[in-house]
Design a protein around this ligand. Structure first.
Ligand code: SF4
Ligand code: SF4
Length: 70
């Protein structure tokens, strides 16, 4: 039986807004300018983000994670 080839799942960095303290540590380590603090929100530009995971490692609140997008 041949299986239809499924589209490769997309991933993105997800912010847990309840954990995030808006400290900016993730913005400081991002080499791709893919994230920024806009007022009280951390915004991640999915087009620029390379999923390098530096921000996840840098976050003291463990507020960031890779999420599979359907
Ligand atoms: S995963 Fe890497 S490129 Fe994406 S926002 Fe975090 S530090 Fe920036
Ligand atoms: S490092 Fe973590 S707590 Fe700090 S702004 Fe980024 S996501 Fe929020």
């Amino acid at each position: 039986m041949t299986m239809a080839r499924r589209k490769k799942p997309q991933k993105k960095i997800e912010v847990d807004r309840f954990r995030c303290a808006y400290c900016g540590a993730c913005v400081a380590v991002c080499k791709f300018n893919a994230n920024e603090l806009v007022e009280t929100f951390l915004v991640i530009d999915e087009e620029e983000c390379t999923l390098c995971m530096s921000c996840i490692k840098a976050c003291p609140m463990r507020a960031l994670a890779v999420k599979e997008v359907a």
